[in-house]
Design a protein around this ligand. Structure first.
Ligand SMILES: O=C(O)CCC(=O)C(=O)O
Ligand SMILES: [Fe+2]
Length: 355
């Protein structure tokens, strides 16, 4: 077992300099412009933001056009009028913050995840199983397996510390599942597929809810809250508090996703890129840190079962749009993501067929 280091406790112990393991190599630091193409050093936090889509738009054509554009150009967008009660968005942020800020470390460690295995449920800090050269994220998290119901283990939820935790988590899980299905329907229709296409291709939804907590960082210019990656599943739904930190890579520039308290960020993940034969892109994103305010986000991941085979929709393959990706068993994709690491699109690129 690794030592139980949590970033929040490093900060509480008063570190004024970031420990070596958290220092990013130069090219990954937040203000590095090596991703910028054409060497036109555009500032990172310019006024552009990810698209905002009103799901209550009664005009189907406008709605599907805006979804098509957002999925093609960005792989990420905000939705409003999404049908999820706003109080629930508030409540889930609130119980998450109560866990991180209202409970002593010894209580929180009762829910510690197993550091030795990737993606284990619970309270942790490391994304990948770390070796000596792994650069660590400036982040703690609390991950829950919520769907299918057989994966749910309420004894791993801190209900004795925060009595309404379980109820809020269950309600949130239900609402995120519904919204995910609705969005998979729109995404399918926007490509001219039947509205159930994506839902059927993904199959039974495997859902994880991860609350991320990014403590203030004494040297934010050296660290990342969460390293650059695209999510490996099908669709991620994310909410954040009012502190900036999430960035999406767009045409070689990092764009900060401005927090909107009533909106939900939709992030297309790698299986959606495969299923759509690359018509739609998964968003490369990361989280940066800041020196003064802790930041909280809640990401809800929707994935296929490990045994599901994922391949491009044959309807999207034609003479002018050749088959781009080979079929993959989802569990193999996840294993490779964890062993090779999530940098760039390396895991998707490994499936590319020669054109
Ligand atoms: O905290 C954020 O805004 C990003 C979280 C994220 O990308 C993830 O957990 O995969
Ligand atoms: Fe992510």
């Amino acid at each position: 077992m690794e030592p139980l280091v949590r970033v929040q406790n490093l900060v509480q112990s008063g570190v004024s300099q970031v420990p070596r393991q958290y220092i990013q190599p130069l090219e990954s630091r937040p203000n590095n412009h090596s991703h910028d193409q054409n060497n036109n050093h555009t500032p990172q936090s310019s006024n552009i933001n990810i698209p905002l889509i009103d799901l209550s738009n009664p005009n189907d054509t406008i709605l599907l056009d805006s979804i098509r554009h957002a999925c093609r150009e960005w792989g990420a967008f905000h939705v409003i009028n999404h049908g999820v009660p706003l109080k629930l968005l508030h409540d889930v942020r609130h119980v998450g913050r109560s866990f991180f800020e209202g409970c002593p470390l010894t209580d929180k460690l009762e829910y510690a995840c197993d550091n030795a295995s990737a993606a284990s449920e619970g309270y942790g800090s490391k994304l990948l199983v770390a070796n000596d050269d792994t650069v660590l994220d400036w982040r703690d998290y609390f991950d829950h397996h919520t769907l299918p119901l057989t994966r749910r283990n309420p004894s791993r939820w801190p209900s004795k510390l925060i009595p309404n935790y379980g109820k809020v988590l269950c309600d949130y899980s239900d609402e995120m599942k519904l919204l995910c299905e609705k969005l998979l329907g729109f995404i399918s229709e926007s490509l001219g597929l039947t509205s159930s296409y994506m839902k059927d291709a993904v199959g039974e939804l495997y859902q994880n809810i991860t609350i991320s907590y990014y403590p203030p960082c004494p040297q934010p210019e050296l660290t990342l809250g969460l390293q650059s990656h695209s999510d490996f599943g099908a669709l991620t739904l994310l909410i954040q508090d009012d502190v900036e930190g999430l960035q999406v890579l767009k045409d070689g520039h990092w764009v900060t996703v401005q927090p909107l308290s009533e909106a939900i960020v939709v992030i297309l993940s790698d299986q959606t890129q495969i299923l759509t034969n690359g018509e739609y892109i998964s968003a490369i994103h990361r989280a940066i840190t800041n020196a003064s305010r802790a930041r909280l986000s809640v990401a809800t991941f929707h994935d296929p079962a490990k045994t599901v085979k994922i391949s491009p929709a044959s309807e999207l393959v034609s003479k002018s749009s050749l088959l781009r990706y080979r079929q993959v068993v989802y569990g193999d994709y996840v294993s490779s993501w964890y062993t090779k690491g999530p940098e760039g699109k390396r895991n998707l690129d490994a499936l590319l067929l020669d054109s």
